[in-house]
Ligand binder design. Structure first.
Ligand code: GLA
Length: 509
């Protein structure tokens, strides 16, 4: 009897969790493809992080082409270095962020990027430099919302006696109470097995320990992370991702081959692509790897399937099981050995029928061969990869990657009285197809209206604010617009942006 009741209870919990997870992904529309961006920890560690560094990185993110390739979330990691006031409120460290954390967010939003911040679920952060959120969950999440964060990584240091699922669930509740949609990144390094429950709590969860100590890329640690993360492939999907840690591509100590292989593995695992290198000092090869749109298309595929190892042959791993939105299949052959590997990949193990005549696209040489039957033989140098896309058609369409020119519109009028002002957000897709018209969610405040127009792959969301009847003060709205991927019909990450209006007092003008 006791067992039957327990079983029923577990079944109910499991059902409730899967319902919650579905609701969450479609409700908030965030991270429906793996988040892409940059965090400072892998290269810099805590001490050198400050406003100047983050702003320089933001500028480099744009000038290097990474923004246009889809890397949008950017901000300080543990070097955010806020402290807690006597009244319990978080305060910016003005020595390191002289303009304040809200202003840093505005700098990032004005450039069409999203603001990523960091905290910890325990009493202090890992380096003990900052307070954690324990017992301050609601006020801290309100502070992150007030700073206009779009993404928050929550570490798991100094959490003695805390339950992982309960702690992160409380933080999720606090974040929802704060009323701002935020990508929620759990960082318990696999503790508490978040892949079993966190789809209803966050959008991504670390599955492993740190990939390196700051400034020292470590190939074998990275391979260990990949091996652990690979096994969890069934847990990943749109809005809920396994996270084997940030990228080490482009850090010192890795060969070009290792950089390419590492990036291919992370793309194949549908892992978040948070670059961790110094974007101000990238070689042409690093830029070329990090912005390879054909590899990124595998990672950002709207079906959100995580590939896995289907066979090992000597030192070579054959990764497959990653069907893409156009019914093509991604396949990776990774040679972890020290001698070249010759490997035949058959159509059935790649996910196709033996008799199919298929085209094979090499995503690093950008060459297509075919149609061919039965399978393909590749020769892969040591530590290198063959990253392939296999399809009945030679078209290989790209899924949409959205680039926005601004995520923040700010209006100021000199005083009360009827006035009308407009400002625009432009959104373009780097995908092969034009997107349907973005649909703005109803529920905007009466002072704001948004009209959407389309010009091929670009769309303009024209925002009009009308101040008639508004008293002096500050007004704020978060606009949400939705779209769906045109070939697969899958929903795409929702577009959120802030509109702010200041109706100033007469005396200031
Ligand atoms: C942990 C995380 C790292 C980094 C540091 C900061 O180790 O796993 O990614 O955020 O904390 O101290």
């Amino acid at each position: 009897m006791g067992i039957a009741i327990a079983f029923l209870f577990l079944a109910r919990v499991a059902r409730a969790q899967s319902q919650v997870s579905k609701v969450r992904a479609t409700e908030d529309g965030l991270a429906l493809t793996p988040p892409m961006g940059w965090y400072p920890w892998n290269e810099f560690g805590q001490a050198p992080q400050n406003e100047k560094l983050i702003k320089e990185i933001v500028d480099a993110l744009i000038s290097s082409g990474l923004k246009d390739a889809g890397y949008v979330y950017v901000g300080p990691d543990e070097g955010i270095c806020f402290s807690r006031d006597v009244d319990g409120k978080l305060t910016t460290n003005l020595a390191r962020y002289p303009s304040g954390l809200r202003s840093l967010g505005d700098y990032i939003h004005q450039r069409g990027l999203k603001y990523a911040l960091y905290t910890d679920a325990g009493t202090r952060t890992c380096s003990m430099a900052m307070p954690g959120t324990k017992d301050h969950e609601f006020e801290d999440m309100a502070a992150f919302a007030a700073w206009r964060a779009d993404y928050i990584k929550i570490d798991w240091c100094n959490t003695k006696g805390q339950d992982v699922a309960q702690s992160y669930t409380r933080l999720r509740d606090a974040q929802q109470a704060a009323g701002r949609p935020i990508v929620f990144s759990l960082c318990s390094w696999g503790e508490g097995e978040p892949w079993k429950w966190a789809a209803s709590v966050g959008h991504l969860w670390r599955t492993t320990g740190d990939i390196c100590i700051p400034g020292k890329a470590n190939w074998s640690a990275a391979m260990k992370n990949a091996a652990a993360n690979e096994k969890l492939y069934a847990a990943a999907g749109p809005g809920h991702w396994n996270d084997p840690d940030m990228l080490i591509t482009g850090m010192g100590g890795l060969s070009e081959t290792q950089n390419r292989s590492f990036f291919s593995l992370w793309c194949m695992m549908a892992a978040p692509l948070m670059a961790g290198n110094d974007l101000r000092k990238m070689t042409a090869s690093t830029i070329q790897i990090l912005t390879n749109q054909e590899a990124i298309a595998i990672n950002q595929d709207p079906l959100g399937i995580q590939g896995h190892i289907v066979r090992r042959e000597g030192q070579a791993e054959i990764w497959a099981g990653k069907r893409l939105f156009d019914d093509s299949q991604a396949v990776l052959v990774f040679n972890s050995g020290t001698a070249p590997a010759e490997v035949r990949v058959t159509w059935p193990e790649s996910g196709s029928a033996e008799s199919d005549a298929l085209y094979v696209r090499d995503l690093w040489t950008h060459r297509t061969t075919g149609p061919i039957r039965g399978g393909i033989t590749v020769t892969v140098p040591p530590s290198d990869v063959a990253l392939l896309r296999i399809s009945k058609s030679s078209a290989f369409p790209a899924p949409p990657i959205i680039v926005a020119d601004s995520y923040w519109l700010s209006f100021r009028v000199p005083g009360p009285g009827p006035q009308e002002l407009t400002g625009a957000i432009t959104v373009k897709t780097t995908g092969s197809d034009e997107l349907p018209l973005w649909k703005v969610r109803p529920g905007l405040p009466p002072w704001l209206s948004v009209a959407v127009t389309k010009h091929g792959k670009s769309q303009t969301l024209a925002n009009t604010v009308s101040t008639a009847g508004l008293a002096k003060g500050l007004y704020h709205a978060v606009v949400r617009a939705d779209n769906s991927e045109p070939v697969s019909g899958q929903p795409m990450s929702a577009l959120y942006y802030d509109v702010e209006l200041e109706v100033a007092g007469g005396e200031r003008n």
